[in-house]
Structures are given as C-alpha cells and as structure tokens.
Ligand binder design. Structure first.
Ligand code: HGY
Ligand code: MN
Ligand code: MN
Length: 585
C-alpha cells in the first residue's frame, strides 16, 4: 500500500495513527503525538516530527520503545512471530537463514547484550544506503557495541530505531531517491581504492589518489561538465551557464583522506555536487551563473605534512617552496607531481580571479554529534575553527635504562609526556578550545635505552582566534619551561596557522531558506573541523552545509557513516539553493 502526504495531512487523526502504525515497532504513541503537527510540508518534516517525539519522550517510554524490538535472529524471528516490517528487514539481510555457527554467535551476543544493558540490540539492518548490511557487518557492529556504555547504547538504539522508521516510511511512500543512492554508491567505489591493504588511505598523488581523480573526472564529464585536472591535481568540472560572461559559483571539497579514513569526509561534497549537476544537465537546465565543482587534491596534509595544497593553488597562495618537501619515503613533492604528469610551472596559473567568483559553498559531513543529537539531517555552518599545527622535536641524552638514576636522566619522551598532559589540561580549560597530539614517536628508540629523541605533532583549534593564540602561547612557554628544567633541547616547526573563518550571512541565509523550504528546522552550528572553505575565504565569501553523521558522529575513522536519505536531503537543499541563488548585491 502506498500513501501520500496529502492523505496523511487530510485523514482523521485515528486514521493517521493507523496508517503509520508499522513505522515504530508496536508504538502508536509516536504517530499519535506527532499528528498534532499536521500538515507536514514534506516527508522529511514528518520524519523529523516523529524523531523529535522519540527524543522528547520520557526515559521509560524510550526504554519501552527499545524493548518492543525483537532480538536479531532470535526465537521470535525464527518462529515467524515478528511484525511484517521486522520479518521483511531481517529476512532481507539473511538473518532468518544464518548458518548454525552464525546463529550461535548472534544468540550469544543477544544474551550478552541483554545481560549488560537490559534491552535488545538494535541496528537498522538495511544499512546506510537501504540495500542491506552484510551479516558479518551486523555481527561486527554487534561485537563492537556490546562493549559500549549503557547510555551510549540507549542513544544509539534510538538512532537506529529512527533510521528503521525512516526506511519504513520510504517504503510506505514508495520513495525513490534522486541523488542519495548514487552519492553513497560512488563513495563506495572510490572508498575501495586505498594506499593500504586495509582501510581507506588516499594520500596526495599516490596511485589510489590518481585513480580517484580520474574517476571523479569521468563522473563530472558524464554529468555534462567541462572537465580538467590542474597542475596540483585538483579535478575541476565547469557546468556552464548560457551567459558566457556570467560569474562563477564554486563548490566541492577534497578527495584526499587521512590514514584509515571514513568514506565521506570531503568526498560527499564532490559527489553530491556532481549528482546535482547531472540532474540539471539531464533536464537541460542551466543556471544564470557558471557552476564550478572542484575535487581539491590535498586538504589533509598526510603525505607531505602540508595542508590545503589544492585550495591554496586555487586562491593563488600556493607556497612553491613546498615543492621541495619530502614524504616519509624521501620522495620530493616536485618529483611526485611530475611523475603524476603535472607541470609544476603551471601551478601559479591555477589561481582564480576573485572578480570572477560569486562565492564558494561546500557541502560536507559534520564530523561530529550535534546534528545526530538534534535529530536533524542538515545544519548550516556559522564559522570554521582556526587551527595552529606544529611538529615538536625533543632531544635529551640516550643512556642505559638500568644504570642511570632517575634524577640524572635527560629523557626526551618524559619531557614530551609532561607537555602532552599540559596541552590536554590547558585546552580543557576553555570551551570550544581543543588540543590534539595526533602523532608521537621515539625515533630509533630501544626498550633499554632512555629516549634521546621524541617527536610529536600538535593541533590547537578554537572558533575564536584570540583563544587559540593564547593557548598556543601558553603551550610554547610550557615547552620552554619544562625543557629548561629537564635539560632537554627542543625545536618547533609550525606546519599551519590558519585563522577562524566566518561564513557569509548572505549565503547562509539562502541555505537557510532552502532548508526551511524542505521542511527541515534550521540549526546553525560552528565547525570544529577545518575545510577547504577556510582557504577559499581568502578570495571570496563562503558558506557550508553540514550533513548528519551516524555512529555517534565519529569521523577520521572507518566507522564514519551517513545515510542515503541525508545525502538526498542535502542534495535537494543544495539544488534548491543553486536554483534560487541571488548573488550579493
Ligand atoms: O583536520 C581537519 O579538520 C580536516 O579534516 N582536515
Ligand atoms: Mn578530514
Ligand atoms: Mn574534510
């Protein structure tokens, strides 16, 4: 049976509840409480209304909702006592015909999970793209989550129930996604190309990186864009207006990744823009401005410890001295570029003329938990935190671990440890200030030798530049104080110092309008993560649209996830924004 929004908005309250009785397992109280918010302007608005009912329910009601759900491949499932929806979902992913070994594993997990938390394990088995998780992925999620804390699992089960409800509503409304499935499928394709055998690592100019660039170029071309790969590896697609002298709106994000990354960081923004242009092109619909989609080649700084290479070239701020930097294998950037077929003498010519640009708008996953906790699929970014990054090297004296008294040591690693704890303490003192030591090494260290050298990276960020600068000054002072006291030498190499960026209200307002048009409540939030928009802000106004992340909002981790439905909504909102864009007067 397929229903329409008009039917739902115009039927009696009791019929409304009856039509939605299969959406939340044995819990009619949820549509009952949502009904008063009729009429719903969109399916998204209905979904969000019911998710908010769940979020605002009492703890007891939320626990009751969770307990209404059956065990995966449990007795009820195997004896056919489930609701039609649950039966369909569990059988679609093969949970009703597991092997005896799988059944044993799942049944043991069910018992352990219930014993630990007092409620059943819940996962949306149809997964992020609705096509169904593999049984082994379900089991590994089960094994990972059974170790969580109870509060974490209560929240995650509710998120999973909302995701199940969302896909049941899609079935009830016979929804087909215009953009979301393609975005997720293409993220899977390029997400399978890695520098490493396990996990996704796509560093600047590696074979996986170049394969990804060529694939993005192919998809841009198929979407009707004029495509080129520039001298720093940016993949640039231009969707031309009928007005040759029109200005250009730029969008896109980066396609390089951190080590052992998630599949959507950066890539969502490129693939979503390609999907939207493909939609426009298929309709022969032009925009009153040129739209340029850029897959920036390097934002994370993994291989050569330098970030924003792609976007810095576009803004005309590429530091040519970086061409002499070497990677861990001693390969010089200049050589890597030449080997990849690029002509470094053309890098300067990549710079755009700011006069030609209307603005830069980047769609990116949030990489945090705010939208997830607010049960909202998208958010508008107010500002992007500034970042100061350093590599710090400590030099003490190597000596015998067994014969050197504790008060006669010049231990480089202990000096570093004392400072790492200071960084944590100092950054915890101020809200929205964060400090991270992401890399820590004792080069050529031995078990029985007091460390002569210790190297660590430092990443200090804040939405407020003065807060960040004060924290950096305090930490640098502490490094000097600790090293003086311990007789340790140190050297500090600044990698990046990029100020916080405010998004342009005139662009934010139009993203806001498009969000409201979709029936989605507007939330404006700061970005703790850095983005290419920070570089682009040097030459044009910028704005960002965030897409919700699942798995607690985790990112820079293989657990990074989003849904096809949220990709869909982000694309619909971005398309509406493009169509309605009023350039700044
Ligand atoms: O580190 C960042 O915030 C970004 O992901 N490069
Ligand atoms: Mn990142
Ligand atoms: Mn990113």
């Amino acid at each position: 049976m397929t229903i329409t929004l008009h039917q739902l908005n115009s039927c009696t309250a009791s019929h409304f509840v009856e039509l939605l009785s299969g959406i939340y397992e044995h819990s009619p109280w949820i549509p009952q409480r949502a009904e008063v918010q009729r009429p719903f302007v969109s399916l998204a608005a209905l979904k969000i209304a019911m998710q908010q009912v769940v979020a605002q329910a009492s703890g007891q009601e939320q626990l009751g909702l969770i307990c209404e759900h059956p065990d995966l491949a449990g007795a009820a499932a195997l004896s056919g006592e489930l609701t039609p929806e649950s039966t369909g979902e569990q059988s679609q992913v093969g949970l009703l015909n597991c092997s005896p070994e799988q059944l044993d594993v799942i049944s043991a997990l069910n018992s352990a999970y219930r014993a630990r938390f007092g409620f059943p394990f819940i996962i949306a088995v149809k997964g992020p793209d609705g096509r169904g998780l593999k049984r082994n992925d379900i089991i590994s999620a089960f094994m990972r989550r059974v170790k969580n804390q109870r509060a974490e699992e209560l929240s995650e089960c509710l998120q999973q129930i909302n995701r199940i409800a969302e896909m049941r509503l899609n079935d009830l409304f016979n929804v087909t996604l215009e953009f979301g499935n393609d975005i997720m499928a293409q993220a899977e394709v390029i997400g399978s190309w890695s520098d490493e055998a396990v996990g996704l690592t796509c560093a600047f100019l590696t074979p996986a990186h170049r394969k990804t660039a060529n694939q993005l170029a192919e998809w841009m071309c198929a979407a009707g864009m004029q495509v080129s790969i520039d001298a720093i590896g940016n993949v640039v697609g231009r969707y031309l207006s009928d007005q040759p002298d029109a200005k250009t709106l730029i969008t896109g994000s980066h396609y390089d990744t951190v080590c052992n990354a998630g599949k959507y960081d950066g890539r969502e923004g490129i693939l979503l823009a390609i999907a939207v242009v493909r939609h426009l092109h298929a309709r022969g619909e032009k925009l009153p401005y040129h739209l340029e989609v850029i897959g920036f080649s390097e934002e994370e700084g993994v291989r050569f410890k330098s970030t924003f290479l792609g976007s810095n070239a576009v803004i005309g701020k590429f530091d040519l001295s970086l061409l002499d930097k070497t990677d861990a294998a001693g390969v010089v950037m200049r050589e890597a570029l030449t080997e990849a077929g690029h002509d470094v003498s053309c890098i300067a010519a990549i710079a755009r003329n700011p006069q030609d640009i209307l603005g830069f708008v980047e769609v990116h996953i949030e990489q945090g938990p705010v939208l997830l906790q607010k049960n909202l699929p998208v958010g508008i970014v107010s500002s992007i935190a500034g970042s100061s990054r350093f590599l710090v090297e400590f030099t003490g004296v190597a000596s015998h671990a067994g014969t050197t008294p504790m008060d006669m040591r010049k231990d480089a690693a202990v000096a570093a440890a004392e400072i790492i704890l200071f960084i944590e303490k100092r950054c915890a003192m101020v809200a929205a200030l964060v400090g991270t030591v992401g890399q820590l090494q004792v080069p050529e260290g031995s078990v029985n030798v007091i460390p002569q050298r210790c190297v660590f990276s430092m990443d200090i960020r804040a939405a407020d530049n003065l807060v960040r600068e004060a924290a950096v000054a305090a930490i640098l002072q502490q490094i000097d104080t600790v090293c003086q006291r311990r007789g340790i030498e140190f050297s500090i190499n600044k990698i990046i110092d990029i100020p916080a960026v405010q998004c342009a209200p005139w662009l934010m307002n139009q993203l806001q309008r498009a969000t409201e048009n979709a029936g989605v409540p507007v939330v404006v939030l700061p970005s703790g993560a850095g983005h290419d928009a920070m570089a682009m802000a040097n030459i044009t106004d910028v704005a960002m649209l965030f897409t919700r992340c699942g798995n607690g909002g985790i990112s820079h981790n293989p657990l990074e996830t989003m849904t096809a439905d949220d990709a869909e909504l982000s694309a619909q909102i971005f398309l509406d924004f493009l169509r309605q864009l009023k350039p700044q007067a």
